[in-house]
Ligand binder design. Sequence first.
Ligand SMILES: Cc1cc2nc3c(=O)[nH]c(=O)nc-3n(C[C@H](O)[C@H](O)[C@H](O)COP(=O)(O)OP(=O)(O)OC[C@H]3O[C@@H](n4cnc5c(N)ncnc54)[C@H](O)[C@@H]3O)c2cc1C
Ligand SMILES: Cc1cc2nc3c(=O)[nH]c(=O)nc-3n(C[C@H](O)[C@H](O)[C@H](O)COP(=O)(O)O)c2cc1C
Ligand code: SF4
Length: 418
Amino acid sequence: MVDYEQDGITIEETVELCRRLEAEGVDVIHCSGGHHALMQYEVSPWYMPRVLHRWGWEQIKAAVSIPVIASGSIVAPDVAADIVASGSADFVSLGRPLLADPDWPLKTQQGRMDDITPCIRCNDGCLHRGLNVGRSAGCTVNPSMGEEYRYPIEKAQRSERIAVVGGGPAGMNAARVLAERGHHVVLFEQARLGGQLNTAVRHDLKKDLRALLAHLIHRLEGVQVVSRQVTAQELVSAGFERVMLATGRKPVPFQGPVSDARVLMAHEISDRSQVEGPVVVIGAGMTGCDTALWLQAAGTGDVTLIDSADRVLSQGYVFTDEMGMPDLLSDHGIQVRTNTRAISIDSKGVTVQDDQEREEVLAARTVVVACGYAPCTELADELATLAPGLPVHLIGTAARDGRVMDALHDSFFVARRC
Ligand SMILES: Cc1cc2nc3c(=O)[nH]c(=O)nc-3n(C[C@H](O)[C@H](O)[C@H](O)COP(=O)(O)OP(=O)(O)OC[C@H]3O[C@@H](n4cnc5c(N)ncnc54)[C@H](O)[C@@H]3O)c2cc1C
Ligand SMILES: Cc1cc2nc3c(=O)[nH]c(=O)nc-3n(C[C@H](O)[C@H](O)[C@H](O)COP(=O)(O)O)c2cc1C
Ligand code: SF4
């Protein structure tokens, strides 16, 4: 349709082109948009609107009488149904949603919408760790994508009593796979099912991850969920034959001096009324960026995001996130201060140092800490001492740092062999 460049292809040109194509005997027009330099329009990630090219294909449809196919972030059946029912387009096309779940159309036809594994528009498996590095496309939420017959989930030869500890994406996915294999599975979660996803989905921008969270919970059929913390001693006494530890990561507190100040860990904030502006968020990884966006959208007052690195998401993230995050933050009106290290926190705010070691106080009524994570591996150590013969698997981000893709792939490949 258009490339979305300022002086690029216009919709008027494309409409005229489509008229001529129809006159030449073309049967159908498929409408996509963007190009490689503006990848956020070509393969639109979570922070872009769904159905983002609708305005354009409707102009093409008004100009031709051959069928028009809509495409681009049509992730959910209700969105697709609306496009067709409203006459906006004649067909919809699904790219990434079919990588995420090849049975999307069948499940939709059968009315089994909750069974659809949703594409979360992360671009991690298909592009970032797929085509971009010269590999075939994979998928974050579908570890066997393209390898369906190589990695089936088969019934186990013997059904075991298995405990899964931690109900984040890794634990929920492992529990689901183990239950499908015919094991008796007990899933322990000390807080809310979803783990770190619960922090990620606070902002509406992450509604695609919200859909994944709902789907992972939906798939726990056949799994006994126990909503409390479990200890190593209890796991041993209960006689489990195998333990999966999907205990994830815990946030690291601010390391400098703190006195007389309102300091909250990013993951602790569930209600924005807990926060009074001005706010300084320390740490511009995904947790800090997401929290700043969410707080600013709520109108909590000025939000400043600081990081000692020279850019946001400096530890590396999916390339479309690295591309889009600076604009997303500035469009929300968030002040970003890079090369800025927090030294101490007190009632006036945060004392920071720039890369020339010049000090300054950034005024804050609330300081939010998003300084990274450390793995939760205590249970693994305790079990090794208490029950050395017990098979214990450390999976997901408890085993190594990562994103949803690492959590879902690791849990799938370990659980399908147990
Ligand atoms: C704000 C934010 C935004 C994010 N955005 C993205 C994104 O856009 N894309 C992406 O790919 N990733 C994102 N992530 C990262 C993603 O959420 C994590 O990679 C993922 O949740 C890790 O999954 P996990 O199952 O390994 O661990 P966790 O999600 O950490 O789950 C571990 C669970 O174990 C439980 N637990 C621990 N010990 C015990 C015990 N003894 N008994 C019972 N339960 C226990 C914890 O309560 C927790 O629920 C984001 C994270 C945050 C915080
Ligand atoms: C792995 C992958 C590779 C793609 N490669 C191209 C490409 O080379 N050229 C192009 O115009 N679009 C490309 N696209 C964009 C798709 O053709 C489609 O327009 C886009 O994914 C939006 O549809 P979806 O939201 O249903 O996935 C690619 C998409 C994916 C996921
Ligand atoms: S890797 Fe992410 S964006 Fe790509 S198809 Fe899978 S869920 Fe969708």
